[in-house]
Write a protein that binds this ligand. Structure first.
Ligand SMILES: Nc1ncnc2c1ncn2[C@@H]1O[C@H](COP(=O)(O)OP(=O)(O)OP(=O)(O)O)[C@@H](O)[C@H]1O
Length: 263
């Protein structure tokens, strides 16, 4: 089966200037991310995970090297074009939810739609569909301080998907949640990946979250030190899946995991 490369990260270098010194975060990083993947980026604190996510999401620009989206260089444009690309293709989910405290759940989910040419009723329809997907229609009028952490993160997921992006970038989405609510959020991410075909790239320290991914990469000191295909705990592993697991070098294998069965 053919595999579509969504992102190609080529010879990527990123450094920051601190005082008079240039601090290198990565140098010469190479990686492909396939359409439909659920990728977990792991590694110690300070290894550059969030920086990599921000580069992929067009929040930050490479110092050197390129990131291609469907074969196209997208960083080398104006801020306005980059921001239009982000609005169309990317939804972000953060550890600390980043909801507007004075707005209701529905008001928060509606925010990305305000930049689009939609009528009020079209916006409302999309907001309700997104809230329904995360199971929070009955909380639509609640403000963030009237909801639990898990509910707030589900609102944040609804806000990330309301514009129907093809990519979800999640930075420690379960970092502020207990096991039970983390599982609810991760189940929604899995549904978005498997049923709605969203490509998900998730930075995480959480071993539970990493189990939901199809692939894991581990960063350390600006380098990819490990790549693996995740085989679900209760999966039936066929020879093909085992072969893919062994072929971790190029992240080129495609693994279709549905309902915990790897085929
Ligand atoms: N804007 C910036 N200016 C200067 N240094 C930065 C900037 N952003 C990140 N860094 C530095 O880059 C390094 C990598 O940061 P990053 O947040 O990507 O790491 P991380 O792996 O996500 O860490 P954590 O797991 O703690 O969130 C850190 O040493 C950080 O201090």
């Amino acid at each position: 089966m053919g595999v579509d490369k969504l992102f190609e990260i080529k010879s990527l270098s990123k450094s920051f200037i601190k005082g008079k010194t240039e601090v290198s975060i990565f140098s010469n990083l190479n990686m492909d991310i396939n359409q439909g993947d659920f990728l977990a980026i792991m590694g110690p604190s300070g290894s550059g995970k969030t920086t990599l996510l921000n580069l992929i999401g067009g929040i930050d620009k490479p110092t050197q090297g390129t990131v291609l989206y469907r074969g196209r260089q997208y960083h080398d444009t104006t801020e306005a074009e980059l921001s239009a690309w982000r609005a169309q293709h990317v939804g972000f989910v953060f550890q600390s939810f980043n909801l507007m405290p004075m707005l209701s759940a529905a008001g928060n989910v509606e925010l990305p739609l305000l930049l689009r040419q939609l009528t009020r009723s079209q916006r409302r329809e999309k907001v309700m569909a997104a809230l329904e997907l995360v199971g929070l229609v009955d909380r639509k009028g609640h403000k963030p301080n009237e909801m639990s952490g898990g509910q707030n993160q589900r609102v944040a997921v609804a806000r990330a998907i309301v514009g129907d992006p093809d990519i979800l970038l999640c930075d420690e989405p379960t970092g502020n949640l207990d096991r039970e609510t983390a599982t609810q959020v991760l189940d929604i991410l899995r549904l978005l990946n498997q049923e709605f075909k969203k490509t998900i790239i998730m930075v995480t320290h959480d071993p539970l979250a990493a189990q939901y991914a199809k692939h894991r990469v581990e960063l350390d000191k600006g380098m990819i030190v490990n790549k693996e295909v995740v085989v679900a705990k209760d999966a039936v592993v066929t020879q093909e899946a085992t072969a893919i697991k062994e072929d971790t070098a190029g992240m080129s294998g495609e693994l279709v995991a549905e309902k915990g069965v790897v085929t």
